[in-house]
Design a protein around this ligand. Structure first.
Ligand code: ARG
Length: 560
């Protein structure tokens, strides 16, 4: 918040612009030890410019820093350490939170510009995979964070609903499918048909030709084929909607790959007009520097995933005029997106600079990739249901008299899954363990939710009613670590967006929870005469935890 900015401004002025303000701001560190103050600026860079030792420079600069907000300024080993005036910082921070409530941390960085976020994007007729769960959860959090930062967010679900595999599926259904069975459990049945197709095609390769022919019919709009395809799509989407409802996630569009079927011809023409299309063994490719060529049209005339993404990118720019366009997709597709962006650049689309692939790691079970394909079919919907049941059992143990147990269990079970994913930097692989996620202690979603509920309960017990001078007195030194974290919350949101990394928010929520629980253990919050002042801090914690959880896509029950 402003205190760090004031410090950065002072340093920038003192070094006469040798280092620009933005860089100074980024260079300011948070010292590990409290004895080193609240902020520190390292002077090692400056040593090059001044031809003096860092400690000489820090000593000189420290003497010149003048700000009534700082308690003291020290020079230690090449660092300028500043100590904030606890009373002032505490009251400004708490007052600002109580004034803005859930709008604390709102920014106008985005200036209402549009950002499209392509996330979740599962493949129809297949189970919703763990990878799609990660994309869903990360993409949703990034959407919420971007909105809070002043962007207009368009949530896009680019359904995998087109491609040769649907030709195969149609052949399999026509040969072996039973309508009733598919209606009963679409994903399971369609998957079984797809697997059967591959088994049979091993013995009889001519099936593959039939599959290709069926897809060609689909691409050319054959009515009967389209009807089957549409039915598979509708049934699959119904299943996916159950998961989105459980997670509380919505989209602005479900236009998937099929939607771009008619839009591809134009793109192919454009590529050819720009002289970018090269024939290669009957197929058409765009050659790229530094990467393998991008395949645009196969030798049998059919198009590909890449062609559809090309058409989609152009359509999205035309439709939404995005400044940024994100794709939350597993890291296995890194090359695909590099090629996509490179082709757009070759086409002369300057706006491709605003596009980014946001990759993520895998979900592992006992160290191995969790697969929904082979062996036992794990349906995500059932995994979520299991988490909710487990949460319900925990709640029944801890708080048997809770009135809306079912609803809270849902919020806790779902919150646990989401938090477990988001607390890790997205590129790290994560281990999937329902028991671990649902613990009420340790680094879990339920722990943060529980801390929020504890704060809410204190406010009820203390019959807290807001007053205009709340936050104006700083009583307990034990509260200082909490205040500093609350002060950092807005910046953390900005950084999480800059790095496309919601884990920074999850981490600060854990830190706030830990320091609040420490405070709760040693300070008698409800004792007079300082009850009101302390409860205003409790309220500030309550507000920030709730808002932080919301940004991750997690509900914060008042009681649990
Ligand atoms: N359906 C794809 C998959 O499951 C992900 C699509 C991602 N979005 C995109 N525009 N390519 O691998």
């Amino acid at each position: 918040m402003i205190f760090k900015q004031v410090f950065a401004e002072q340093v920038t002025k003192l070094v006469e612009g040798i280092i620009p303000y933005e860089t100074v701001l980024k260079m300011i560190e948070k010292p590990k030890y409290e004895s080193h103050g609240d902020f520190a600026f390292p002077c090692f860079e400056l040593a090059k410019h001044y031809a003096k030792s860092p400690s000489l420079i820090s000593a000189e600069l420290a003497g010149k820093i003048d700000a009534p907000l700082f308690e003291k300024v020290e020079s230690v080993g090449g660092y300028i350490n500043v100590f904030l005036q606890k009373e002032k910082v505490a009251s400004q921070t708490i007052q600002s939170i109580l004034e803005k409530k859930n709008h604390y941390g709102d920014e106008m960085i985005g200036n209402n510009k549009t950002i499209t976020i392509d996330f979740s994007s599962p493949n129809i007729a297949k189970p919703f995979s763990m990878g799609h769960l990660r994309s869903t959860v990360i993409g949703n959090a990034l959407s919420l964070i971007a909105e809070k930062s002043g962007y207009q967010v368009i949530r896009l679900n680019h359904l995998g609903d087109w491609g040769t595999q649907f030709g195969k599926l149609i052949v399999a259904y026509t040969k072996w499918g039973i309508e009733e069975e598919v209606r009963k459990s679409p994903i399971k049945e369609l998957l079984a048909l797809y697997v059967k197709f591959h088994q049979e095609a091993e013995k009889d390769p001519s099936l593959n030709d039939l599959g290709r022919a069926a897809f060609k019919k689909l691409e050319h709009g054959d009515e009967e084929t389209i009807q089957l395809w549409r039915w598979f799509r509708d049934e699959s989407l119904k299943e996916f909607m159950k998961i989105y409802n459980q997670l509380g996630i919505s989209f602005d569009s479900f236009d998937g790959e099929a939607f771009y079927n008619e839009k591809m011809e134009k793109v192919v023409k454009q590529l050819s007009a720009k002289g970018l299309l090269v024939e290669s063994q009957g197929a058409y490719v765009v050659e790229l520097e530094g990467f393998p060529p991008s395949l645009i049209k196969k030798s049998d005339g059919t198009t590909l995933y890449a062609t559809r993404d090309l058409a989609a990118a152009i359509y999205r720019q035309e439709t939404y005029q995005f400044t940024k366009s994100l794709y939350v997709v597993g890291y296995e597709q890194t090359l695909h997106f590099k090629q996509l962006f490179a082709v757009l650049e070759k086409m002369g689309y300057y706006w491709q600079k605003g596009m980014a692939h946001i990759p993520f790691g895998m979900i592992l079970k006992e160290g191995k990739k969790m697969s929904t394909r082979k062996g036992k079919l794990v349906l995500l919907e059932e995994v979520i249901e299991e988490a909710i049941q487990l949460a319900l059992r925990n709640i029944e143990e801890k708080n048997p008299n809770l009135s809306n147990k079912e609803e809270v269990a849902k919020q806790v079970g779902v919150g646990a899954i989401i938090f477990h994913d988001l607390k890790n930097f997205r590129l790290h692989d994560i281990e999937f363990s329902l028991e671990d996620m649902l613990r009420f202690e340790g680094e879990t979603g339920p722990y943060v939710q529980y801390t929020h509920a504890r704060a809410a309960s204190l406010l009820r017990k203390g019959k807290y009613v807001e007053q205009s001078n709340d936050g104006s007195t700083f009583i307990d030194p034990e509260a200082w670590p909490i205040i500093k974290l609350l002060m950092d919350f807005p910046q953390t949101i900005t950084r999480a967006l800059d790095d496309y990394d919601p884990s920074q928010i999850a981490k600060i929520l854990l830190d706030i929870s830990k320091s609040f629980n420490k405070y709760y253990a040693v300070v008698k919050i409800l004792d007079e005469p300082h009850k009101q002042a302390r409860l205003s801090l409790v309220y500030a914690v309550n507000i920030v935890l709730k808002e932080g959880l919301r940004l991750l896509g997690i509900k914060a029950p008042e009681e649990m």
